[in-house]
Design a protein around this ligand. Sequence first.
Ligand code: NDP
Length: 240
Amino acid sequence: MTRVAIVTGGTRGIGEAICLALQEQGRTVVANYAGNEEKAKAFTERTGIKAYRWDVGDHEATMEGCARVAAEVGAIDIVVNNAGITRDGVLHKMSFDDWNEVMRINLGGCFNMAKATFQGMRDRGWGRIVNIGSINGQAGQYGQVNYAAAKSGIHGFTKALAQEGAKYGVTVNAIAPGYIDTDMVAAVPPAVLEKIVARIPTGRLGQASEIARGVAFLTSEEGGFVTGSTMSINGGQHMY
Ligand code: NDP
């Protein structure tokens, strides 16, 4: 049986690599994205994977989007909550909007996607949810109280939901990436990035495909005994 997987924020960066790894595993994959039509179109042309546009921070839009995927593609058995944004700034310069927007999308998006899909997984007796956290949710990061709080929240959310799914064949895990070579990291000023790389024991940024391999394992049949865990993929930068 081909299982249907959805990757939020799947049209570029780490999300695209995850889509490709799941496709390689024989899953029927769809991606979600926020609004960058150009990147989404190029992604679908490259991969043949259908992309659905909605804001995962919007509860109603997420419920409707997942219902549409289920009707057009099939019941969703695998969810990868990868969509995420940054709105960095030290606390005294961070606006309430910057705080709210990051919590709404990065953490609220996980809740919304779970609300739309978890019950169906439980009813069918099989499901996989992987939430993409961050090293900065584990260790904190200067100028990122919003992002670190949301990502740290993802790790708590994962452990709580894992307990609700375990008896029903639904596993819930998180991956905490370190610094990965994507558009998000390209936005970090070069001088800051140089200092960050100097603190990574492997001496380099990670590749999106290295996160994707972790997701492929956690969503596999063989990954069924792993739940409530956080897999750190960070070049040894933070050993937790
Ligand atoms: P990118 O910025 O490269 O891509 C983000 C993706 O998320 C895009 O597809 C974007 O869609 C989508 N997205 C953003 N907001 C929403 C929304 N409201 N609803 C739906 N989709 C949305 O991110 P990365 O690949 O770098 O990061 C992916 C995940 O990994 C994020 O959760 C990030 O926090 C996490 N992470 C990344 C690290 C890194 O070093 N890069 C390190 C640790 C964690 P669109 O193209 O339409 O804008």
